[in-house]
Design a protein around this ligand. Sequence first.
Ligand code: G3I
Ligand code: 9MR
Length: 553
Amino acid sequence: AAEPAPAIRVNQLAFPPMAGKVAVVADGAATSFEVVRADDGKTVFKGALGAPLAWAPSAETVRLADFSALTAPGDYRVKLTGQPPSDRFAIRPRAYAGLNAAALKAFYFNRASAPLLPEHAGVYARPAGHMDDRVLVHASAASAARPEGTVISGAKGWYDAGDYNKYVTNSGISTYTLLAAYEHFPRYFERQRLNIPESGNGLPDVLNEALWNLEWMLTMQEPADGGVYHKLTNLGFDGMVMPHQATAPRYVIQKSTSATLNFAAVMAVASRVLKPYERQRPGLSARMLAAAEAAWLWARAHPAATFKNPPGVSTGDYGDEHLDDERAWAAAELYITTGKDAYYRAVKAESLPAATPSWSDVGGLAWMSLARHRDRLTPLADRKLIAARVDALAAGLASAWKASAYKVAMTEPDFVWGSNAVALNQAMMLLQGYRLNGRADYLHAAQSGLDYVLGRNATGYSFVTGFGARPPLHPHHRPSEADGVAAPVPGWLVGGPQPKQQDRKDCPVRYTSGLPALSYLDHLCSYASNEVTINWNAPLVYVTAALDELTPS
Ligand code: G3I
Ligand code: 9MR
């Protein structure tokens, strides 16, 4: 059974010295707090708790302990009179270097088509799974050039999640977010060594890792027409076995507009990010741009090929009826990379909302990229509109943050499947606002999103495997379950609380609460609250790098 959350909830890892620093106290009696040194218990800071405030998602009344004024590097705990102290945390420069590297290394641990060698993977070494060099064209994907049953190669790529399948739609936002992290903060990644097979080859490891998936994505485009298969999967989900033991036949399934537009967007980004590496990867940048433009043309000719699992296929759907955001995002990235005004017109910027991104709503990524590149856009682009949309999104999130009893931007409707990534994608968009206008409240609100997933939440968990005092121990992640190693593969963000509990019928134990912010189960069965996924880890990579780089020193 889950332990009840401690009364003091705080980021269980670390804060940059100049970050806003807040703990949440769920104890009716206390009115003041102290921060003590972790090793000798000496008090270094005293403060009054904020007024009691109600938080609907957990039906709690809590007070805030703000110790932002404490900036001296060290290891600390928060303490209330007569109570056990909080989990320990550090204040230090480059607070998230280790977490950032682990969150990226998690992608390496989920590589298909390669053995993980002990020198790179330690105890998580394993034989290769899913070579995917002989994949079948499913009936739903058949064409004149590639009739049903044609054998093609779809090697490499990352497993999507706790399952062993590969989905182009979800690869879109995931791969983009890693490329954006590098594009926005190149220095941070240029000095990082992940100890992956490619380390030291002249490319930053974040790009080496992204390339593993990009090379797979390129195989998902049908050369004859530019359309992109929605996914490469088994017909059904595998059991809880290691990758090399999962040997069911693999198929590419139906081309879809969403996969094709996601592909176009990511290839356009990759083309510009990899351009300086022509010597290491001759011709790749140009090939990616050509692939992106071919995909764009296919999607223009097939504007509404939505995806639904065909009969007999029961793996993840990633179905999406709303494709305007994918179209706008692909157009924006093609515009930034090529400078062609026709692509800007296709963005239809005036009618594109700015929202926190998710796999099914990628319009925010268009605004993020346009804002990052606004100094070098053609005269046609409406720079004021770009700044205004990004600022309006950040301002809305910051005002929710300000009003929140937990001091987080998350509100009740944000507790969906993968809610922890909502917190981090909100943080990522707040950081876009901060980069535009330097408003400190945007930076503090972004910090709070990371604090939330690292422990300042109603469950008291730090939601990243291997990090913090109370991390998840039983994620819905097949290798973590089947590898015989007690500790789960580190560096993975789990999905997090959400009240729908779609896995209830598959779980031998009950959730302890149905409240949105408490509806979480650290059990292998819980794919609806405790799975891991590439699209949830990617904003963890972005946000940790960004906070290390942008928090003033
Ligand atoms: O469309 C409704 C929306 O109208 C409503 O406002 C919202 C409120 O909850 O729900 C929306 O639908 C949700 C949908 O995601 C879109 O966000 C569904 O309830 C929810 O069940 C669905 O969850 C998805 C889940 O697969 C089940 O399809 C997750 O987003 C998605 O991350 C997850 O992805 C799986 C893959 O299929 C397989 N691999 C693992 C991966 C992670 O669990
Ligand atoms: O393991 C699957 C997980 O990756 C998916 O996110 C989830 C929802 O599509 O489904 C999981 O598979 C479960 C299936 O849906 C129902 N039977 C139990 C499976 C878990 O072992």
